[in-house]
Write a protein that binds this ligand. Structure first.
Ligand code: PLP
Length: 380
């Protein structure tokens, strides 16, 4: 039996003919139509505890670009750096670079795999007047400490934009959706491969409704008044059909996250030799399963993954190579020492997870992982 790394399962459009007919009858296909409004209201009430405001975007990368651009002053002066982890997806750095910034990579904490607070403070000490924005990443749906960043932002006068691409459905320690109450904008993805799987879609949340109003205008060509550009803009709007899919996904969310949590716990029990990420908050989304190879096997990762593939088990290595190791970023970005990033990145393996994965498939995966580890140790 082959077990793919991911099996995206967006809500099946083929079963939504009545809803699609209603969209056609309305004659409204995009531009923040009624389905989109219903979706945004559902997010606020069902995920964010009735606090703050949100707006959809066509994908999270565009959401990051909008939020970063909004945070910048008219004249950047010497503020050119976007402080962010190197242990993240390319989109974080690309979005900052589209805004004319240079990523300044900061090391992560070796347990939570999120930005190390100590290193963030060190970099601010060294580059205080050159940092335009701080972009922490809520790694793999982990709940980063929003209070720390909101306080830091107020104290240093440096804006913060949160990349929470994988966190839609994660719960903080109060049991509310991650991000709730954050004045700094929080950006989520609903890409088909994320746990909140739609196709291409994203969400920007903030406790500050004025900020969301401005971002919405920026996402609609910078139209501050109808058809008149009064600020920087682009087209980041989400079509009604995709808003419909997201609404349906929201209905499934509780059950599928519970299933994924159950599988993730089983993985940890069945593979006790692997170190896993230290999670904060009440619940995470488990887009896939991230584990660190035992130290003795790190050098054998390529052989190990090849052996797994031969047995029909899909896998990946998020995020290895990490950003500063990738050619486009290596040439153009700055980095401080990244010891923890290097260590986690070198040992990381990403294992299969999906809404439909069964316990039998998980057991088979773990069997193959164990036998491949033994075989990898024998290779040269
Ligand atoms: C998936 C992801 C993104 C991009 O999301 P899209 O909706 O595909 O644009 C950005 N940052 C991180 C960390 C991601 O994992």
């Amino acid at each position: 039996m082959r077990i793919p790394f991911l099996r995206p399962s967006p809500p099946p459009l083929s079963q939504l003919t009545a809803e699609l007919e209603a969209i056609e009858a309305s004659g409204i296909f995009t531009n923040y139509g009624p389905v989109n409004t219903q979706l945004e209201e559902a997010f606020i009430s069902r995920i964010f505890g009735d606090r703050g405001a949100c707006m959809t975007v066509c994908n999270a990368t565009i959401g990051l670009m909008l939020a970063i651009r909004q945070a910048l002053p008219e004249n950047l002066g010497e503020r050119r750096f976007a402080l962010m982890p190197s242990f993240t997806f390319a989109a974080t750095a690309q979005a900052a670079m589209w805004c004319g910034l240079t990523p300044l990579f900061c090391d992560i904490d070796e347990k939570t795999w999120m930005l190390s607070h100590g290193h963030v403070c060190d970099l601010i000490q060294t580059h205080r007047h050159k940092i335009a924005v701080i972009i922490p990443y809520a790694t793999f749906g982990n709940c980063l400490n929003l209070d720390f960043y909101n306080e830091l932002s107020a104290q240093e006068g440096i804006p913060v934009v949160i990349d929470a691409a994988a966190s839609l459905g994660s719960l903080n320690s109060l049991g509310t959706g991650f991000g709730a109450g954050s004045a700094a904008p929080v950006i989520f993805s609903m890409h088909a491969t994320k746990t909140f799987a739609v196709a291409e879609a994203g969400l920007v949340y903030s406790a500050n409704p004025d900020l969301i109003r401005q971002l919405r205008a920026m996402s609609n060509f910078g139209f501050g008044t109808p058809h008149i550009s009064t600020m920087p803009g682009l087209n980041g709007k989400l079509p009604e059909v995709l808003a419909l899919m997201a609404l349906k996904k929201l209905d499934e969310l509780e059950a599928l996250i519970e299933h994924r949590e159950f599988l993730a716990n089983r993985y940890r029990k069945m593979l006790p030799d692997f170190q896993s990420q230290h999670m904060t908050g009440n619940r995470t989304t488990n887009q896939f399963t991230s584990l660190l190879l035992p130290e003795t096997l790190v050098e054998k990762r390529a052989q190990f993954l090849a052996l797994l593939a031969k047995k029909g088990i899909g896998s990946a290595t998020y995020f290895s190579p990490h950003l500063i190791e990738q050619p486009y970023f290596k040439k153009r970005c700055s980095a401080s020492p990244l010891d923890n990033t290097d260590k986690v990145s070198r040992g990381i393996v990403s294992l299969p997870m999906s809404d439909k994965m069964t316990l039998a498939e998980l057991s088979q995966t773990c069997e193959c992982v164990r036998s491949s580890l033994v075989e990898a140790l024998d290779t040269h």
